[in-house]
Design a protein around this ligand. Sequence first.
Ligand code: SAJ
Length: 454
Amino acid sequence: MRTLSINKVCVVGLGYVGLPTAAVIASCGVSVLGADLKRDVVETINRGDIHIVEPDLKATIADAVADGFLRAATEPEPADVFILAVPTPLTDGKADVSYVEAAARSIAPQLRPGNIVIVESTCPPGTTERLTQILADLRADLRLPSGRNEPCDIFVAYCPERVLPGRVLTELVENNRVIGGVSDECSRRAVQFYSIFCKGVLQTTDARTAEMCKLAENAFRDVNIAYANELSIVCDRLGVDVWELIRLANGHPRVNILQPGPGVGGHCVAVDPWFIVEAAPHEARIIRTAREINDGKPAWVIEKVRAALAGRAAPITVACLGLAFKADVDDLRESPALHIVEELAMWADLELRVCEPFVNELPRSLARRANVTMVASGERALDGADVVLLLVNHSQFARIPREALTGKTVVDTRGVWCPRRSDTAASFRNRSAAPTRAKGGSLSEEFLLVEPNA
Ligand code: SAJ
């Protein structure tokens, strides 16, 4: 097989996927131009700094910029490979592919024979074929690929990102990848490109299957989380400790139940399954129901808080621990924690003390509320609080000593302080050392766990 010569890569979109991807390629000694419409993002990166939180990313970007392998600009430039990594939001319940179409239009004038165009944004099935048609319409002088494997000048493939926020730099290199070329030659060339920095298996298929594969992976996770969330609600009704139940069930060699929480957030798992529902509304029944269960969880948590407040004299101080969509990230997109705190902020006679260690200031929706203040640590939030609402299992919160919860009503949506869960090892070694549980499943001598058993 002829080896490609790749001297320059242009990454369009410098967000949670595009920026780390640009960094990893640049750190392999390939010249990378990152294009982003946002001037402040471009300036930040050219200073060797970053605008998102991701472990080790800052140092990798700083090195790549200092070594001259990474540069950012507001417009794409000619390159050997173009990667489109722009958002595909859900707008009015439908996949909004306008950014990815605009990105395709922005690279069209730069295309030269031999170029590879790779779409990494999450897309509904058929999008890569449509983008290929857009490029063909804009560049009638170039032969774009078709599924018929005819000779072409530009090679187009869909290759979804699969990285987990918090582990992005590792997973970009280690994960297996699915590469869906518009033609077989497109797949072959894309494989050669990804071989530069990927250690995982590169599996080839057609573009439509690769698009559906990405959606199916995130819908699979959503369905499994919905199962855990439904179990937590069922267990609450039945007076069973869901965290212990899951730990025990997962001892079965073929059972692996995920963890319940306050709902599903982020820009992927909470969004992508809807693309499948939109594409096959009558057939995608479990997928739709899972979305509804997970979307309904914040309202259930809010009812738990209402129960925790009952009978207390106003004003009541609630410590809200976490706003991010999951542990140890700064991302507030589609965050159920944020949604819950926004709702509580509208209630009369509540003082909310919010701690989100990964964000410097309150989001605008909360900053304008006089009854909401931000504090720097979990312990500060707890000081004088009547109710403690744990929404995100940030490592910092797991380190809060249990004594700090004494006398407070606790709504622990992540099971961080669940006695049987956190004392699992100890309780196996010495059952009598495990905390004792009062009637109703609560640790009433020390603190009350409203969720899951009250
Ligand atoms: N969550 C639970 N319980 C769990 C696991 C997760 O409630 O047991 C919640 C999280 O708190 C969060 C949401 O689900 O609110 C999503 O978090 P996540 O860690 O499951 O996934 P993301 O959104 O960070 O990343 C997912 C990953 N997809 C899969 O695991 C199939 C990642 O590999 C994808 O690259 C990413 O979506 C993406 O960009 O599509």
